[in-house]
Design a protein around this ligand. Structure first.
Ligand SMILES: [Zn+2]
Length: 452
């Protein structure tokens, strides 16, 4: 007997199996072991897909169902299989047991993003088995490795080296967010874009000498420590656009606070105020309205009794649409001041633009159709996210990429933000099943809207 016979629970069971596979991506090439979940998906779907394995064990799997109408747009479902590590000491349960308690599936990946991975596989299987009419264009399922460490061994590899396998016009991936209920009418957030990386290393150079006589010494570590504090505390450039304004309106915050969040001159005060009651939302709001600059790692010197002649700082910097890499360097120089800026060298490490898809077109309308049907509103809220996802690889190829799901009515955005990569990550059984229902409708509506 097959574990997945009961249709009502197929997605939940698949989610549990994926969590238990513990495809933990530490960032090391030999972690992840996504082959385990590729095997699980193959068993569930009943046929093997095309497996791509750029490093041992780092498997992604691609399935493609041909469409019925030549030239009709192709839709890809691109969930990831890996998860971030879990520190057991912070959890109230085993993060890889995937037990169901109080109506929730508990475990690492329950929200990021194995819930949607499972839901997408369940919906895809209906097309694979011929239970529903095929779409006009191709339907692709690409379940990928390595999203949590930048995607170079997963979606990035597929887009760069295996494009014919994953070629598509429209795409669904993360992040799915819960419906907003605080305004008189509900609205559904849909992820349309994400910030771009502007990671830098900052190098300072000094002169080595005996640390027993520091007077007048040229210490690279002191210069870099000063630079670090300046970088970490200097206010960063603000960028507020219509997308942010409509997102704030949909949050249903008190009028004064909402207006301040939309005002470049008052946004920082508004974030401080929001932090008093909703710290997770405040961090999110800050990231969605500012270039963010976070010093993360420092290396310096060679020996405890030698004045440091080199020091290097790593800085995680992320840019919004309209903020360039030149803006990043200009901000760094300004934060340092002229004297320090002349002593350091700035080296780009990981760079890329912010990416954003238009909130319009056949997939957007298909999502609105589904929202009207299940949530009772066609109001979709285009959402920018501060984190990187696999969507960026596809957007850079001109693909329209969104993240969407349907959660139970008790879950709010702040809950989700807090649990991503956090302790006691969990998703309700209701939310998993709702996402299946919702995605079923999105695909059906997309088929109707793209038919000849
Ligand atoms: Zn994710």
């Amino acid at each position: 007997m097959n574990d997945y016979d009961d249709e009502d629970t197929a997605a939940v069971r698949l989610l549990q199996a994926l969590i238990r596979n513990a495809c933990v991506n530490t960032g090391e090439p030999d972690s992840g072991d996504e082959w385990k979940s590729v095997e699980t998906l193959g068993e569930y779907l009943g046929v093997p897909g095309v497996v791509v394995e750029p490093a041992p064990g780092r498997q992604s799997v691609v399935y493609r169902i041909p469409g019925t109408t030549p030239g009709a747009p192709a839709l890809a479902l691109v969930p990831h299989l890996d998860v971030v590590p879990a520190n057991v000491s912070g959890w109230s349960c085993d993060p890889f047991a995937a037990d169901i308690r109080e109506g929730y599936v508990w475990g690492r990946g329950a929200l990021d993003m194995l819930n949607i991975t499972a839901a997408m596989a369940v919906v895809f299987k209906q097309y694979l088995d011929g239970d529903v009419p095929p779409l006009p264009g191709d339907l692709v399922l690409a379940a990928v490795a390595d999203e949590e460490a930048g995607g170079r061994l997963g979606a990035g590899h597929l887009v760069e080296h295996e494009w014919p396998l994953v070629a598509c016009d429209f795409l669904l991936t993360e992040v799915a967010a819960p419906t907003f209920h605080r305004t008189p009418d509900p609205s559904l957030p849909v992820t349309v874009g994400e910030k771009g990386p502007g990671w830098r290393q900052i190098h300072a150079v000094g002169t080595p000498s005996h640390a027993s006589q520091p007077f007048g010494s040229d210490n690279a570590l002191l210069a870099l420590a000063d630079a670090t504090v300046r970088l970490g505390t200097t206010p960063t450039p603000v960028s507020i656009d219509d997308g942010w304004n409509s997102f704030v309106d949909a949050l249903g915050l008190p009028g004064d606070l909402a207006n301040a969040l939309k005002d470049p001159d008052r946004v920082d005060d508004a974030i401080e105020e929001l932090a008093l009651t909703e710290p997770a939302l405040a961090r999110w709001a800050h990231a969605c309205t500012h270039m963010t600059v976070a010093p993360t790692m420092m290396q310096a010197g060679t020996k405890a009794n030698t004045i440091a002649d080199t020091a290097t700082l790593s800085v995680d910097i992320r840019v919004l649409p309209g903020q360039s890499q030149d803006d990043v360097d200009a901000h760094i120089r300004k934060a340092m001041g002229e004297f320090l800026a002349d002593r350091i060298e700035i080296e780009p490490i990981v760079v890329g633009p912010a990416t954003r898809s238009d909130a319009a077109g056949s997939l957007w309308e298909a999502i609105a159709d589904a929202s009207e049907q299940h949530i009772g509103t066609r109001t979709l809220v285009p959402m920018m996210i501060p984190v990187a996802t696999d969507a960026r690889f596809f957007r850079q190829r001109g693909v329209t990429a969104y993240g969407v799901g349907w959660f139970d009515d008790d879950t709010n955005l702040a809950d989700i933000i807090g649990m991503f990569h956090g302790n006691d990550e969990r998703v309700s059984v209701t939310s998993v099943n709702r996402s299946v229902t919702f995605l079923e409708s999105v695909l059906r509506n997309f088929g109707i809207r793209t038919a000849g």
